[in-house]
Design a protein around this ligand. Structure first.
Ligand SMILES: Nc1ncnc2c1ncn2[C@@H]1O[C@H](COP(=O)(O)OP(=O)(O)OP(=O)(O)O)[C@@H](O)[C@H]1O
Ligand SMILES: [Mg+2]
Length: 438
């Protein structure tokens, strides 16, 4: 035996002083630490205060007997695992059976055979040690399983996020390329037009001045010239042509703005944040969505009202924020579309479909907030609770993938350290609030 086994504690509960004396001598000599109690109550108290490694328990005792003592110890979680060996007279077969039934691991018979007692105690202490080790290993194993499960679910989460990022990136790259391509194609002809219109403006002024000079210094015109002037309504033409050219000038400038806006939208996501004008982002997004905002055969145009505050430049990935604006505004258009689906065109009043976009510096300084609000049908709590979930959608197959808001939240909160929240009232509408640190 090793020293640690010698220092194991054995509690003897017996009302017979002679038995106590004999057992104490034998166990103490062998090296066990021995505790003695003379009745069940005291015994239980000692077990609770100084839990032993094994209990020797007499059956017949005043107060509560051995069986009841055993039952009580077995019913307490902190003492139920301590092995109990009963001590009974050789003849009490019934008692032996009852002893084992009440939860004891063994019994020894009186009068005691010292070697037998020591051998049985040795066996049960070893068993107990093995059991304790087994329980310890089980705990370790359970902990490992828990850790492993946590690791796996973390890995799964990361995978889902990577999936989202990939989709988001793919979507943006495709759209960005398309828009950039269009903007690029428009750019050269528009540049040419802007330059040419300027020249035309100059040339027309010169030409008209020349005609006027001609009329002044050659009042006696040939009939054919007079006839032609009448035919082409020269007076009206001379008045209208400069106006027309002015309008052309405005129109080409507008196309140039659009082209610039498209390029803002498609500005490739640089790997670093750049200082951007949020309003430019919103405007270019609205431009891309214009074809969905204007009137169609089911409803009048959606009125987009912008109320831009005095925002400082914001360090951000504008391309990604554009995608957030796009997802949220597209959802608002979707909900306004469905709100008129049941009605016929005439029932839908002009200016009854609204999207409000308001920007301001948050009361929580250091943040800018962008509020995008629609007057659609709103959503019940059960939907609202899940809108940011990956793949949650209430739209039909082919109409929604349920990724828009999950991606938006990821961009706002994880990439920009901001906050994306939603307020919605059934029958009144929905408002998304994007907050981005400056
Ligand atoms: N402005 C809104 N008004 C009412 N419900 C909304 C609004 N915005 C989002 N929702 C609800 O939230 C759900 C999730 O929106 P999300 O943009 O994530 O996915 P989706 O629009 O269904 O699909 P997609 O991936 O094509 O964007 C929508 O299906 C809709 O039920
Ligand atoms: Mg959507």
């Amino acid at each position: 035996m090793t020293t640690s086994e010698f220092s194991q504690i054995i509690l003897i509960i017996d009302d017979n002083p002679t038995n106590l004396e004999v057992l104490y001598q034998a166990l103490d000599k062998t090296g066990y630490k021995v505790l003695l109690e003379m009745d069940g109550f005291q015994g239980i108290e000692t077990v609770n205060n100084h839990p032993p490694d094994l209990i020797l328990l007499d059956v017949m005792m005043p107060g509560i007997d051995g069986f009841e003592t055993c039952r009580q110890l077995k019913s307490q979680p902190n003492t139920c695992d301590i092995p109990i060996i009963f001590m009974t007279a050789l003849t009490d077969t019934n008692y032996k059976v009852q002893a084992l039934a009440s939860g004891a691991v063994d019994y020894i018979t009186k009068p005691f055979q010292q070697e037998e007692v020591l051998a049985r105690i040795g066996v049960h202490l070893k068993l107990r040690k093995a059991n304790l080790e087994l329980a310890r290993q089980k705990d370790i194993l359970e902990l490992r399983v828990e850790e492993r499960t946590a690791e796996l679910s973390q890995a799964l989460n990361n995978l889902k996020k990577a999936h989202l990022r990939l989709i988001q990136h793919e979507k943006m790259v495709t759209l960005g390329n398309l828009v950039a391509g269009v903007a690029h194609e428009i750019n050269n002809p528009v540049g040419f037009l802007v330059g040419s219109v300027n020249n035309i403006q100059e040339y027309t002024q010169d030409l008209l001045a020349h005609v006027r000079l001609f009329q002044e210094y050659h009042p006696q015109l040939q009939p054919i010239v007079i006839e032609h002037a009448k035919k082409i309504e020269l007076e009206f033409l001379a008045e209208d042509l400069p106006k027309l050219v002015d309008s052309m000038n405005l129109a080409t400038e507008r196309i140039r703005d659009i082209s610039t806006s498209l390029r803002t939208f498609s500005r490739a996501d640089s790997s670093e944040k750049t200082t951007c004008n949020i309003h430019e982002g919103i405007e270019s997004t609205l431009l891309i969505l214009k074809y969905r905002i204007k009137a169609n055969d089911k409803r009048p145009a959606i009125e987009v009202i912008t109320d831009y505050g005095n925002l400082p430049p914001v360090k951000c990935f504008l391309g990604q924020l554009n995608q957030v604006f796009m997802n949220i505004i597209a959802n608002a258009i979707d909900v306004l579309d469905t709100s008129v689906e049941e009605k016929i065109f005439a029932e839908v009043k002009e200016n009854s479909l609204l999207i409000n976009i308001l920007t301001e510096v948050s009361s929580d300084q250091g943040m800018v907030s962008i509020r995008i609000k629609d007057n659609g049908c709103g959503m019940p709590e059960s939907v609202k609770a899940r809108i940011f979930d990956h793949l949650f959608t209430t739209k039909g197959v082919g109409k929604g993938t349920g990724l828009g808001l999950a991606i938006a939240r990821q961009i706002v909160e994880e990439t920009h350290g901001g906050k994306l929240t939603c307020n919605s009232v059934v029958g009144m509408g929905t408002e998304f609030v994007i907050e981005i640190p400056v």
